[in-house]
Design a protein around this ligand. Structure first.
Ligand code: ZN
Length: 150
C-alpha cells in the first residue's frame, strides 16, 4: 500500500491571491477521480457510438442506387421519403463520426493532461458543462460566442 494521502482536496493552496476571486461558478475543479469517471463515460460512449456507426454504415451501403433508378416521376413522393430517410441516415453517420472523433480527442486530452480546458481561452471549463458534454473543448462563454458567430 502506498502511503498516499489525499492531498489537494483542501484549499490550502494559497496562491497569494488576496484580491483575485475565482470567477462566477468556477468553484469546482476537476479532480483525478473526476477524470477517471469522465474517461469511463467517454469510453463507454465511444463503444456504443462505434457500434452504431458501423451498423449505420453497413445499412446505408446496402443499396446505393435505390433512389437513382426510379427517376423523378409522379411517384416522387414515395421516392422522396425514401431519399430523405437515407439522407437522415447519412447525416446521422456524419454526426456519429463527428461525435466519435470528439470523444477520441477528449480521451487523448485526458491522457496528455489538457482535458477540461477551453481550447480558446485556456480557462478551466465549467464542471457542470463537462458533466453534460464530457467531450466539449469550449467553456460556456466561448461556446456561446462561437454559436453566435455561426
Ligand atoms: Zn473559453
Amino acid at each position: 500500500m502506498a502511503t498516499k494521502k489525499t492531498t489537494g482536496t483542501r484549499t490550502s493552496h494559497s496562491r497569494s491571491s488576496a484580491a483575485s476571486r475565482t470567477g462566477p461558478g468556477t468553484g469546482k475543479r476537476i479532480t483525478a477521480r473526476d477524470l477517471k469517471s469522465f474517461r469511463r463515460r467517454l469510453e463507454d460512449e465511444l463503444t456504443v457510438l462505434t457500434g452504431r456507426h458501423a451498423g449505420l454504415k453497413a445499412a446505408s451501403a446496402v443499396s446505393p442506387d435505390i433512389a437513382g433508378a426510379g427517376g423523378y416521376g409522379e411517384e416522387a413522393a414515395d421516392a422522396g421519403s425514401f431519399t430523405s430517410e437515407r439522407e437522415r441516415d447519412l447525416s446521422l453517420v456524419g454526426n456519429l463520426r463527428d461525435l466519435i472523433s470528439k470523444i477520441q480527442a477528449a480521451l487523448e486530452r485526458i491522457d496528455d493532461g489538457s482535458y477540461g480546458r477551453c481550447e480558446v481561452c485556456g480557462q478551466p471549463i465549467e464542471a457542470e458543462r463537462l458533466d453534460a458534454l464530457p467531450y466539449t473543448t469550449l467553456c460556456l462563454a466561448d461556446a456561446r460566442r462561437r454559436a453566435r458567430v455561426r
